[in-house]
Design a binder for this molecule. Structure first.
Ligand SMILES: [Cu+2]
Length: 293
């Protein structure tokens, strides 16, 4: 193929790819910016990102524009020599000051936004609450739902309610795997731990990612306003062979529906536990299981 035809074909292909991306709004929605819409902290991360992106884009356009202008305007010509300038004090002072000012603006904007990303807000009046702990991040009025998140190769386990941190596996607290159920408009605080290697909790629409580190407890929070919504996430730390299957989902229910779910989940766990006890007794009686010491 001739080089000219090949480059034309390549240009057409690139244009087609760019065009299809631009014309597919849903695919393009979070192409440049972080996902948001599920929780106020995710929205604040998104707006901070956009402010910084705009400033960075402006700097890129000015710098690249000056570069290309200079390349074209002052390119070497047979009969002409470019002006040989060595040092321009006003110009050098102004671009140093401008760069410092941009950094100051970025710092101020970031510190103004940070509290709304880090500190959880109050739950709405209609919300349901299970805990009031003093060790975790708390909304101003202290009313929140605590869920303990345990990462293990290769699944997420969620234990609901006060005291889950002390006794996640042995207590009678309700728990679920993979899909987390939460009430709408309630400030949900997550206490995150790992039982084996480092994992990372990340549901992009509900805020930033937080590592689950063995031996430590890390925290995050979200407050999802839309009941019926489902937010998907994925362990964001390469944690082993089946890492890709370590997905997470957060399902938002109305507070009353959540209370129902919690009760039925407790009942299901109780039934399953009693069935296991019966089965264990039967297997032991028939000589198929060694009695536990
Ligand atoms: Cu993992």
């Amino acid at each position: 193929m001739r080089p000219r035809i090949r480059s034309t074909l390549l240009a057409v292909l690139l244009l087609a790819v760019a065009g299809s991306l631009i014309l597919a709004p849903s695919a393009f929605a979070s192409f440049f910016t972080p996902k948001s819409g599920g929780s106020p902290n995710a929205d604040q991360i998104n707006s901070l990102y956009k402010i910084i992106l705009c400033i960075a884009a402006f700097v890129a356009v000015v710098v690249e524009g000056a570069l290309f202008y200079s390349l074209l305007r002052f390119r070497a010509k047979r009969s002409r020599f470019a002006a040989q300038i060595h040092g321009n004090t006003p110009l050098e002072i102004s671009w140093t000051v401008a760069a410092a000012l941009i950094l100051v603006v970025l710092t101020v904007v970031t510190f103004v936004k940070l509290p709304s990303i880090i500190n959880p807000p109050n739950s709405n009046a209609s919300a349901s609450f299970l805990t009031a702990s003093v060790t975790e991040p708390s909304p101003p009025n202290g009313k929140k739902l605590t869920i303990c998140v345990q990462g293990r190769q290769y699944i997420w386990r969620y234990t609901y309610g006060n005291g889950c941190l002390d006794n996640s596996f042995n207590s009678k607290l309700p728990y679920s795997y993979q899909v987390m159920y939460v009430p709408a408009n309630t400030t949900v605080v997550l206490d995150i731990q790992s039982t084996d290697v480092i994992h990372s909790w990340w549901v992009p629409q509900l805020g930033g990612k937080v590592d689950a580190v063995p031996g430590y407890t890390t925290y995050t929070w979200f407050k999802a306003p839309r009941s019926g919504a489902i937010y998907n996430g994925q362990c964001a730390q390469l944690c082993g062979r089946q890492h890709a299957y370590m997905t997470a989902a957060v399902r938002v229910l109305t507070p009353s529906r959540f209370a129902q779910w919690l009760t039925s989940q407790q009942q299901l766990i109780k039934t399953a536990n009693s069935q296991v006890t019966k089965l264990r007794a039967l297997l032991t009686a028939t000589g198929n299981l060694t009695p536990q010491p």
